[in-house]
Design a protein. Sequence first.
Length: 474
Amino acid sequence: MTVETLIPVAYLIAAVTFILGLKGLSSPTTAVQGNRIAAAGMLIAVIATFFAADVNGGVPLILAGVAVGGVAGFAGARMVKMTAMPQMVALFNGAGGGAAALVAILEFARQRELGVLEFGASLATLLALIIGAVSFSGSAVAFGKLQGLITPKAFRYGGQQLVTGGIAAATALLSLVLLAGVIGGSFAIEPMLLIAVITLLALAFGVALVMPIGGADMPVVISLLNAYTGLAVAMAGFTLNNQLLIVAGTLVGASGTILTRLMSKAMNRSLGNVLFGAFGAVTPAGAAGPAAGDDGRSIRSIGPEDAAILLSYAQNVIVVPGYGLAVAQAQHSVRELADLLESRGISVKYAIHPVAGRMPGHMNVLLAEANVPYDKLFDMDQINPEFQRADVALVIGANDVTNPAARSNPGSPIYGMPILDVDKAQNIIVIKRSMKPGFAGIDNDLYLDPKTAMLFGDAKDAVGKVVQELKKTA
Ligand code: NDP
């Protein structure tokens, strides 16, 4: 028995750990363990790959690549702020797609040189190339939008769908020409030239696909691109005849697809509508409702002292965390506030919207960091019926996910997106710094509700002041 015969066994173990890891990631209580199990599996897979016969001469180069990538990944993951995590995910995801595309190009060139091109493998190689390149450039655009390097708004122009469709059609046509050459054994056009043009077209398609998507749809897009990368990697697995790549890529593709579906559902949208619809398109502030004071209603601003009084008379408080809470890193102050209220017999629950913050599970991770017990976190469907019984809904740095226009204004770009029914609470306190809109760029009618009191300020600072005021009333 040679070491090489053990490689499939190692790959099988790794594949099982990936599945167990994914299972662990499905609950906050087991997520850390799940991550560790999958990481251990990946280590086994990487080590096993070094013993594969066809890796022989390349070990130093691979080690150099692992060192560079490992250091960059480690440093990036350590330094990145929680609020910039989606960009990071987009970047890593794009790297995966790009890697699959590069493997495909090199493998096609190698097989051609050896004269062993055949239809099945070439088809897989082409798919890995196209899907990987689309994922690479699409993720780069998503990164640019989230990082603010390019406009986060939807970029649209007349005849856009025609251009995008044309790019897709040209990619498909050239791919057919290439495959016809593989089947016939002779090429009308130099195949590596075809590969180069197909690569450029696929890159352009990724850009064309993501540029018109804007605002609140970005989370769904990143999840979709993630699924693409999985597919590209699985195809690269077929090309390289590597079972683990096929399994791992399929897992990523399948879980990314499921997540994309769940997120679309959370926004009450079909995937087609996300990709080609108007949601998140250029949305001038005011599109979702009257600007402050337009119809005689006005903003009611309060100080920390008033907020403390309101809270101290409450029996049921629902905290609604959002992106601003993450920006301010207010999770520990919020926990302190909740502890204080609970010590006085006031019930405190947290309402978690599926797309609150800037990535799926953002609020769960943030609150877990402050040791908020999981059983106090409630999903939208669970908590929505409870708002009408809540004495105070305390909205901290959340905006779009509380916007009643999603329910009541068919003209609003977020119409149809399920929201937290904050407006049904008896009293509403909103903590944010100004009247600026949230991610979707639209006004929020909630702030003009007579039940709403605005406590303007940085979330951490404002919550800290409320805590101080509450302590005075002890
Ligand atoms: P929003 O982006 O709608 O609103 C956040 C609010 O926080 C802003 O209005 C801002 O107001 C306020 N804020 C910012 N900094 C601070 C601070 N330091 N202290 C206090 N308040 C602050 O957030 P939501 O969580 O309500 O909604 C998430 C949005 O992001 C949705 O549109 C969602 O679709 C989108 N999205 C979600 C992703 C996900 O996967 N969860 C990924 C990408 C986008 P002000 O400036 O006045 O303080």
